[in-house]
Design a protein around this ligand. Structure first.
Ligand SMILES: Nc1ncnc2c1ncn2[C@@H]1O[C@H](COP(=O)(O)OP(=O)(O)O)[C@@H](O)[C@H]1O
Ligand SMILES: [Mg+2]
Length: 174
């Protein structure tokens, strides 16, 4: 039977988490895998729409997502979770709770993220119009021992997707 796993993408806003995981999801579905996407933007519109961006609320956001990811993972689903998830301690708890877990650090320099600025949020944060924006005036704690690092300023989207697929295979999830 196909094994469930949560592949957890962490990184700065605009680092490429959503883009890479969406493409990976297409590839996995094409192979007949059961896939679910959990994405920060969509989760915050529904499941956690009552939460903001304080350290406590960010942790609560990830706590609820972890609960959902755990249920899916134990039902042989490939869960592709894409959250800034800036704090090491909360990511570590998520890893322990889910068990079958792989962390992918989407390591894009903040300068490149600012250049991409997909939704114009960096511009607002730099202008002081929004406070507590990760990478500008809120911390991002880099992963210490992620299963995989992707450098999107040096790799194409397809190359990053292939790296994640290879790592999933190596770890027996495909
Ligand atoms: N190698 C790459 N991997 C991922 N995204 C890339 C890459 N090169 C350029 N991009 C672009 O960077 C942007 C990343 O945005 P997004 O995936 O929404 O980031 P996040 O979900 O991390 O906030 C997209 O516009 C994407 O097309
Ligand atoms: Mg995203």
């Amino acid at each position: 039977m196909s094994k469930g796993v949560t592949v957890w993408f962490t990184g700065l806003p605009c680092s490429g988490k959503t883009t890479i995981a969406d493409r990976l999801g297409e590839v996995l579905r094409g192979r007949g895998e059961k896939v679910e996407r959990l994405d920060g933007d969509t989760v915050r519109k529904g499941l956690t729409s009552d939460l903001g961006f304080s350290k406590e609320d960010r942790a609560e956001n990830i706590k609820r997502v972890t609960f959902v990811a755990k249920l899916l993972t134990r039902n042989e689903v490939k869960v592709l979770a894409t959250f800034v998830s800036p704090y090491i301690d909360r990511r570590q708890k998520t890893r322990e709770e889910i068990g079958e877990f792989m962390m992918v650090y989407v390591r894009t320099p903040v300068k490149e993220c600012i250049r991409r600025d997909v939704k114009g949020m960096y511009a607002k944060a730099l202008a002081g119009e929004i406070k507590g924006f990760t990478g500008i005036d809120d911390p991002y704690e880099e992963p210490v021992n992620p299963e995989l690092v992707v450098d999107t300023d040096k790799e194409t989207i397809e190359e990053s997707v292939q790296k994640v697929l290879a790592e999933m295979e190596k770890r027996g999830y495909l």
